[in-house]
Design a protein around this ligand. Sequence first.
Ligand code: AG3
Length: 274
Amino acid sequence: MMDVFFMERDPYAPIRHCYPVDKVLYKGKSPYQEIMVIESPHFGKVLVLDGVAQCDEKYEFIYHEFMAHVPLYAHPNPETVLIIGGGDGGVLREVLKHPEVKRAVLVDIDKEVIEVSKKFLPTMACAFDDPRVIVLNEDGYKYIQDYENEFDVIIVDSTDPVGFAHVLTTEEFFRYVYRALKEDGIYVGQTESIYYHIEIVRRVQKALRKVFPVVDLYTVVIPGYAGYWWTISVGSKKYDVREPKREVKVQTKLYSDEMHRHAFLPMGFYQKLL
Ligand code: AG3
């Protein structure tokens, strides 16, 4: 029997993540991107957008827990949360674990990502029916321009900053994010690998520094992205984000108060490159 491999199309990475697949469960094209769900012996089902792996059943909890719990625990009372992107529902599932959250708005431009995730990745896309959730299929860049002093936490769970997701990493966008946040609000967004995408990390950090008084960066290792330390950038209007502000009570597989602090450990000479 011949082995069939998936090879990622990450235009920025100097390496190619490649692993065996058993089946292609879904392949379609939305108005925005090519959507695929593959089944791999190691990762389980993997959601692939425009050839780039977004999340896999085996390790998705790592990315989703750190995208959600770091900003939510860095905030004393996160009641209103906006997620831009995140159509697979993984970040939303984690956000809703906080009883403080009264409203979670998810704005993903691509309705088909949500539909495909509900069908093939039900353990991730399991929170859309929660009464606290509002789902909008709109352009997040446009949506945010209508809000001022509205959200406690804004999480940008986008695809890589190529094509239509690029605007979500610009200074102009961060100015809208700043305005849409309440006076003590916190923004986080995924900003690629410190090893393979240092230029992107540096560009985003620089843009954030022009807008937010507190800018930070934390990292987490995500096996499915093959980038070793994956970065999540932070812009905060008031709080230092390195310590949880509340007792960690949510059920998680990896995130904890110690892991929260650990994620901010200085990164040696990489720190100086930023
Ligand atoms: N969003 C970020 C995926 C980045 C993957 N990039 C890469 N492999 N080069 C993931 C969405 C999960 N909710």
